[in-house]
Structures are given as structure tokens and as C-alpha cells.
Write a protein that binds this ligand. Structure first.
Ligand SMILES: [Zn+2]
Length: 393
């Protein structure tokens, strides 16, 4: 459904616009790109003295760089432009005089911890550039790019069938030391196709499925999570709420001890499409809290402490100002601008002052692999190289 057919405040919004872009032509697009099947067998040996043994790749869907680097947007803190129900309350929570104060109020973990102990990419106002390679600027093409390291022009719809490309997750799950230790949890029910769950053979929990329904022995907490998945009001038919997914992810970390984990939060996209800037800011602030919660959980755990890197990013940007903030897609200027945040023992603490001025979404896959001592571009020719600044001493 076209973006501009969405009504501000509508709770049930068709998921992730731009599925309409080429739905009819979906299967007719010729394969203009040869998709390399990654080589099997051992990859390049661990090249150096990296300390990372575990990586969590965290994506919050469609969260703009404008909020991450500038905090609440003054032009959207109104009922008219931002659909805000209680402007005084929202301003009290997230409005501050300077951008530095605003962003710290909205994203305290990002700006107190990642900005001092890790790295941030993608602030155009500081001359930094992070973009999608794909020109489509919506979800499936973006997730494919960041998980495979390349833009695939065959993928032109969010309804695309199971991914023909092998993701870096599928490949790493076959490497020594990673069997049974790779997983994905996400709110959006498309991830089973994006990861090609059937072929990849890795657990992918997404959408509203009860996550522990088939577990041989459920704990009380797991049974309660299943109950909440079954009984919560479904604001979006194909996208579960972030809080449920986050609690599920923590259960899976405790139970399955993943070394490579994907987490996909979805509300930051949904509330923007719905035209609710107040609920968008609330969800964005909640995602920051989830990052802090997961980081604390893993730093308390001897198996993860000091040996775990977080790579945090988004699948696409959005437009600018009251006219375009809700939208993204091929025709939306600036929606190719994304951001990345990296925090871990091998990433020098340079905040948003990293030397590199240009990174792309396609570099995420190789960066995840390199942090684990693996060479994804060697296995998947055509994949973009890792972000070296995140790995160099
Ligand atoms: Zn969207």
C-alpha cells in the first residue's frame, strides 16, 4: 500500500510500505546479478588477536539518523505534524535546548556508553556518511544487503519469497565452533524468508508465533511469554511488539547461549508510518533501554563478558520534516541515509569521531564476520569489505 494512503494515528497499518513498488513484476525481474554461493569448508583463519567471540547484530527498523544524532525533532513535537497526543508530556520527556542534551535524553545508553566506549557512524552533520547501496530504501532489500553484503536487484518487494542469497548468518552457522550457536529473533514475520529459515537451518523466531510452544520443557517464564504472544492485542498483524520480542531474546540467550545472534525490533518503523511521533520516540527510547539491558545482561555473564560485540544499525532511513518523516522508499530523498553503532572489546573508543567518513549498509555482513575472525568477502565474492575502523587498534 502506498505510504501516503496511511492515516495518521491508524493502529493497523499495512507493513513496511513499498511492497507495492513492484509486486506485480516480482517474479519477472531477470537475474541481473550472479549470486555467489559461499564456498564451503574452512574460511580464513583468525588473523589476529581479536577478543570478540560473540556478536549480537541488532536492527531497529527505520529509525532515522535525525533522532539518533539530534534527538527529538522540534518540527514534529506537535499534534498536527507529529500526531502527538500530549505535547507537554512529550516535551518534558525528550525536549532539551541543545542537540547533545536531546539525544542523550532519548538515547542515554548510546550517548553515555557507545559514544564513549565504542563508535558511531552516519552523522551527516559531522561530515560522516552511512548509506544503503540499494536505491529502494525499504526493508527486505535493506536486510538482504546488510546480511549478505551486497545489493540484489532481484529483491524488489517485502513479499519476496525465501531469500535466494546465503546470509552471513547461514554461512557462519556452518563454521567450526558455531554449529547450534547462531539464531535470530525478530518482531517482523518476514525474517523467516529473509534468512531463508528452511534452507539455512538456523532457528529464526519472528512475528506472533508463540516462541516456546514446541520447547520440550517450558519454564514458567517461557510459558508466560507464550501466553502473552497468544493474548496480546495485535496492533500489527505481521509485527509483534518489541517488548515481547526482547523478553524472548533474553530467554534464548540464557537457554541457547548463541555466539551470533540477530535481533530485529520493529516499532520504530510502525509508529512512524502511523504518524505517531510520540509513540515513535517512546519506542526509540525503549530500544535504547533494550540495548542497555542486553549489554548489562551479557557483561554479568562470564561466557559473554569482555568477549561480545554489539553491531547496531537500521535497514533504511526516512524522509525529512513534517512532509516526509513518516515515509521511506525509492522516491523519498534521504531515506538511504542510515547509521551504525559498534561496541565491543576490539572496537577503539572513537565515538562519532571515527576517521572513516563513508560506510555502507553492505559492510555490515563482513564486519560481523571479521569480528568473529572470519572472512566473508573471501567466501562470498562481491560482498563489501568490513568497516576496518571498527577493528583496528
Ligand atoms: Zn516502513
Amino acid at each position: 500500500m502506498p505510504i501516503n494512503m496511511r492515516l495518521p494515528g491508524a493502529f493497523v497499518t499495512p507493513r513496511r510500505c513499498a511492497a507495492f513498488l513492484a509486486a506485480g513484476a516480482l517474479l519477472l525481474v531477470p537475474a541481473t546479478k550472479t549470486i555467489a554461493q559461499p564456498a564451503s569448508g574452512p574460511s580464513a583463519a583468525r588473523p589476529s588477536v581479536l577478543r570478540t567471540r560473540n556478536v549480537v547484530l541488532i536492527v531497529t527498523d527505520g529509525l532515522r539518523w535525525q533522532e539518533l544524532f539530534g534527538g527529538a525533532d522540534a518540527t514534529l513535537l506537535t499534534r498536527q505534524a507529529g500526531g502527538v497526543a500530549d505535547t507537554a508530556d512529550l516535551r518534558r520527556r525528550f525536549w532539551r535546548e541543545s542537540a547533545a542534551e536531546r539525544r542523550a535524553a532519548l538515547f542515554p545508553f548510546v550517548w553515555r556508553t557507545i559514544a564513549t566506549e565504542g563508535q558511531l557512524y552516519g552523522n551527516p552533520e559531522a561530515g560522516r556518511d552511512a548509506r544503503t547501496q540499494n536505491p529502494l530504501k525499504f526493508s527486505y532489500p535493506g536486510y538482504n544487503e546488510l546480511l549478505t553484503g551486497a545489493y540484489d536487484p532481484r529483491i524488489t518487494s517485502n513479499d519476496h519469497p525465501p531469500n535466494p542469497n546465503v546470509t552471513v548468518f547461514e554461512w557462519i552457522a556452518r563454521q567450526p565452533g558455531f554449529r547450534g550457536r547462531v539464531a535470530a529473533v525478530a518482531t517482523w514475520s518476514a525474517f523467516r524468508r529473509i534468512f531463508n529459515r528452511e534452507r539455512a537451518g538456523i532457528p529464526v523466531h519472528d512475528g506472533w508465533d508463540a516462541p516456546f510452544a514446541t520447547a520440550p520443557q517450558r519454564t514458567g517464564r517461557q510459558a508466560m511469554l507464550d501466553e502473552l504472544y497468544r493474548t496480546s492485542t495485535r496492533l500489527w498483524p505481521d509485527n509483534a511488539t518489541d517488548a515481547l520480542m526482547h523478553a524472548t531474546a533474553k530467554e534464548l540467550i540464557r537457554r541457547d547461549r548463541p555466539r551470533l545472534l540477530f535481533l530485529g525490533y520493529g516499532e520504530t518503523d510502525e509508529w512512524a508510518h502511523a504518524g505517531r511521533y510520540d509513540l515513535l520516540l517512546q519506542s526509540a527510547h525503549a530500544v535504547d533501554g533494550y540495548l542497555a539491558d542486553l549489554w548489562a545482561l551479557m557483561q554479568r555473564d562470564p561466557g559473554y563478558r569482555g568477549r561480545t560485540t554489539f553491531v547496531v544499525t537500521t535497514d533504511h532511513g526516512r524522509g525529512d520534516g513534517p512532509a516526509r518523516w513518516k515515509d521511506h522508499g525509492e522516491d523519498v530523498d534521504g531515506a538511504d541515509r542510515i547509521w551504525m553503532a559498534i561496541l565491543g572489546p576490539d572496537t577503539p573508543p572513537r565515538g562519532d569521531r571515527v576517521r572513516s567518513v563513508r560506510v555502507t549498509q553492505a559492510q555490515v555482513a563482513a564486519t560481523v564476520a571479521a569480528l568473529l575472525g572470519l572472512d566473508w568477502p573471501a567466501a562470498s565474492p562481491g560482498a563489501a569489505p568490513p568497516v576496518r575502523e571498527a577493528l583496528s587498534p
